[in-house]
Write a protein that binds this ligand. Structure first.
Ligand code: C2E
Ligand code: MG
Ligand code: MG
Length: 823
């Protein structure tokens, strides 16, 4: 992409290459370029842009493709006079490839979030630039000035690297405000529905601060404007931002990183270099050129005083002066006045035309009557419109029930007037597996199912039961327990039975079940926010224990939820800090006693110093949607280990890597693993993938296809924990596996249970008939070893021989063994 900027043709042409991690359509990109262009204007500079597109594809393959294409262009183009690295990824790339691609060319960087990185890179005499730092403290100060009642600042963020990095900066900044609580709504731990609910709970005492909103816990991506839409339609409070984009689209404002200013500042630095100043004399600018931007319309709609804001504040959606706003009307009025004056003048000067003018006036009178009628008609329409808007505000258009807003208001009122002896129940109802209906039959059918069920609920309404739709397939029920005949239990029973009656959409009959969570005033909470949150937690538990059931809230649930959230936060921190490592457990050849291979097992010592169970870690990583990232790290670490053993011990070690079912289903899993092993130059025959039966069989066709791709490259496949899953012999023969691992539970009972002995014997024979090797897992005793030996088992793994060892210890073991073998 080339942007010509040459104005002063007398200056010799300079060529500047900008490398961007974005793609041209990314919102912030155009502002950056506009800024650079502004700095270059009037100079004969040609700006060319190459896009890495790593904001969308941060994988090795994409970077490699970019690298190849850039290398080709650089070989065939004249040399550039300067390179602009426009963000962190671009700078990492330019820095790592500097000698190969850009040797001696000055580099100006911008948009760098890490001050440390900027300073380290800036030490290179051929690099300078400007850092990008978000202004949390300043933005919160502005927000407090606009809303002095604020008691809390609530930050909204997501799992993207920027979202998580800025979150740390936010947490740090919020410590400066002692009278302000701080809270985070983190999309990396929730889905969009939960997120929307959290937003609805915010009130005027909250300062809402958007950090990042592009993705959620399931890596379900949305574009920026979709995120804004979600915010504006669920949050009643003004939303502050630390970046410029979005201000003008509904966000109120803040002290923001301005991509335009970043571009302009970097452009100015580049210009100095191009005009002959030595780059080594230009220090890195540590101050981020941030500006204060606010939306006048939004300020006004929240009745906030813009006079409080500093004089240099930039306003968007600037309200026009009364003259500018009403000028068409004023113009018409002036014309009319002029017209009238002319008539009067004429009346004075010529009586002859009196009659004619009378006629004209009569005509205007009729016109006036006509416009009067029109005015009444539009007034009527306005009233109808107002009623429609009222309905929109309080009524759910799909079911005709009350909507979330109306229900929350009703609950607030009820609680305000409630006596402490009264019991009020808040229930949350969610249709089980509703997503399947949407996915299978489409959203129109899904909507019909919700509508029909909503209508069924209407018959349960009474003077003490109120029902509304909360959103999606969720309904909320508020119940005042009046007497023993009208208990919450009875109502829940009625709801469950109501839902059991199938509904028909077109020709399709839907048999549905629901899950319900309930919380009770005053025992579980005193305000609507708290009760809704707790009913939701109870619903979450109902889903967890198998759906089609109702669960009452108990305080343990809050604790469980809290500890889950904090455990998952620790996992994220551990991922950022690279706190995991791998241990390796030897697998022994039962005939020779030699090490046949090792199994890589993940280890994590958390910040308290306790070892976290790998199974717990993996389960949570799966739930959080980060298992593939951890999985790639395991492949990376394993490949590095294989090469290290090769270098130090002069042997090839065969390593088994555990692969979770979710990894196997990822679209690019095979491609990405290949990039990793190729990067290290590891021959795939030294790696085997350990998968469980459940993983394969739950998606048989796709798994077989992926596993065959791996096998074609030379990887081997092991079936882990055999005997604990389906263990269906029907599938067994279809699976592309080389090794079968008999689960430890069989080995444990090998000496006491005849059934297990027979089972193990049969499994080994079966595996041998199809040419697979058998590993017995968890061998702890000599007698187990003997029994396995006589049953022709090939390989054993267990504490009897060795526990999993850290990298150094296993390498020592290899060295010891190779010395013994005289290598
Ligand atoms: P697994 O793949 O079946 O690994 C074998 C487990 O048995 C390991 O537990 C190992 O330490 C343990 N073990 C081996 N021999 C004996 C023995 O003689 N006695 C006893 N009591 N235990 C023995 P670990 O390391 O706690 O790992 C548990 C599970 O966590 C693994 O089971 C695997 O499913 C999962 N896991 C571990 N690392 C990874 C990983 O990198 N990725 C994935 N996806 N899963 C992993
Ligand atoms: Mg395993
Ligand atoms: Mg196993």
């Amino acid at each position: 992409m080339t942007l010509s900027n040459g104005v002063n043709e007398i200056e010799p042409l300079k060529r500047v290459l900008m490398i961007s991690a974005y793609s041209p359509g990314f919102m912030t990109f155009s502002d950056q370029v506009e800024g650079i262009k502004e700095a270059f204007s009037g100079h004969n500079i040609q700006l060319e842009i190459e896009f890495m597109d790593t904001k969308r594809f941060l994988d090795a393959e994409n970077i490699e493709n970019f690298h190849q294409s850039l290398m080709y262009k650089l070989e065939h183009y004249p040399t550039y006079d300067l390179v602009i690295a426009a963000d962190d990824n671009a700078l990492d790339y330019v820095n790592s490839q500097y000698e190969v691609l850009f040797d001696e060319i000055p580099v100006v960087f911008m948009g760098i979030n890490s001050m440390d990185k900027a300073l380290v890179v800036g030490e290179n005499p051929l690099f300078t630039g400007v850092t990008e730092k978000v202004s949390f403290v300043e933005t919160i100060e502005l927000a407090i000035a606009l809303n002095p009642d604020a008691k809390r600042v609530v930050a909204i963020t997501d799992p993207t690297p920027t979202g998580q990095n800025d979150l740390e900066a936010f947490e740090h900044a919020s410590e400066s405000f002692q009278n302000l609580e701080s809270e985070v709504i983190d999309l990396s731990t929730m889905d969009y529905e939960t997120f929307k609910k959290e937003l609805q709970l915010l009130d005027h005492e909250d300062i809402v601060l958007l950090i990042s909103l592009y993705s959620n816990q399931d890596d379900n991506r949305i574009v920026f404007l979709e995120g804004i839409d979600m915010l504006l339609s669920n949050c009643s409070q003004p939303i502050f931002h630390i970046y410029e984009h979005g201000i003008g689209d509904g966000l109120i404002g803040g002290m923001v990183v301005s991509h335009f200013e970043q571009g302009k500042t970097a452009g100015a630095l580049a210009l100095r270099v191009l005009e002959g100043e030595s780059i080594s004399q230009i220090p890195v600018l540590k101050e981020s050129p941030n500006i204060i931007v606010f939306d006048s319309d939004v300020l006004k709609s929240y009745d906030m005083d813009r006079g409080i804001l500093p004089v240099h504040t930039k306003f968007v959606n600037e309200v026009k002066s009364p003259f500018m706003k009403y000028w068409p009307y004023i113009l018409v009025a002036l014309i009319l006045i002029g017209f009238e004056m002319a008539i009067i003048l004429k009346l004075r000067t010529s009586n002859k035309r009196n009659r004619m003018i009378e006629g004209k006036l009569q005509l205007s009178n009729t016109e006036l009557e006509r416009s009067n009628k029109q005015f009444f008609r539009s007034n009527q329409q306005l009233k109808e419109k107002e009623q429609r808007i009222r309905n929109l505000i309080y009524q759910d258009s799909l079911t005709g029930l009350k909507n979330r807003y109306a229900m929350t208001q009703e609950l607030d009122q009820l609680l305000q007037n409630a006596s402490s002896v009264e019991k009020i129940y808040v229930m949350f109802l969610d249709i089980d597996n509703f997503k399947n209906i949407n996915d299978t039959y489409g959203h129109d059918v899904g909507d019909q199912v919700i509508r029909l069920n909503g209508q069924k609920l209407i018959k349960l309404l009474s003077d003490h039961v109120s029902i509304g739709r909360f959103g999606g397939d969720e309904f909320i029920i508020i119940m005042k327990e009046k007497n023993r005949q009208n208990t919450s239990k009875k109502l829940i029973q009625q709801i469950i039975e109501t839902f059991k009656m199938p509904v028909k959409v077109g020709e399709i009959l839907f048999d549905l079940t629901v899950s319900i969570g309930s919380a009770r005033y005053p025992d579980h909470g005193l305000d609507s926010q708290d009760l809704i949150k707790k009913a939701d937690l109870a619903l979450y538990r109902a889903k967890e224990i198998g759906k089609d059931t109702a669960v009452n809230y108990n305080p343990q649930m809050s604790d469980d939820f809290q500890s889950k959230i904090s455990f998952q936060k620790k996992i994220r921190e551990a991922m950022d800090n690279q706190d995991f490592h791998l241990n390796y457990q030897p697998v022994i050849d039962i005939r020779t006693g030699e090490i046949h291979s090792v199994e890589a097992l993940i280890r994590w010592q958390d910040t308290n110093g306790t070892m976290v169970s790998p199974i717990r870690l993996i389960n949570h990583a799966e739930e959080m949607g980060v298992i593939d990232q951890i999985g790639y790290w395991v492949f990376d670490e394993t490949s590095r280990f294989i090469k290290k053993v090769e270098r130090i011990c002069k042997i090839n070690v065969h390593v088994a890597v555990n692969v979770s079912p979710l990894q196997l289903m990822k679209e690019k899993f095979f491609d990405n693993v290949m990039v990793i092993v190729n990067h290290y130059g590891v021959n795939p025959k030294w790696i085997s993938l350990e998968v469980t039966e459940t993983a394969i069989i739950s998606s048989l066709e796709k798994s077989i296809k992926v596993l065959n791709l791996f096998r074609a490259q030379g990887f081997t496949i092991s079936l882990d924990d055999f005997g604990t899953g389906y263990s269906s012999l029907k599938y067994f023969n279809q699976l592309p596996i080389d090794t079968l691992k008999i689960d430890k539970s069989f080995i444990d009972d090998l000496l006491v249970s005849e059934y297990d002995q027979d089972m193990v014997n049969t499994i080994i024979k079966l595996a041998h008939t199809r040419g697979s090797d058998v590993i017995a897992e968890g061998v702890e005793k000599e007698d187990q070893l003997k029994a396995l030996y006589s049953n022709q088992c090939d390989l054993i793994q267990g504490y009897l021989f060795s526990k999993p060892l850290n990298e150094n210890d296993i390498i020592k073991l290899f060295i010891k063994r190779s010395r013994r073998a005289g290598l």
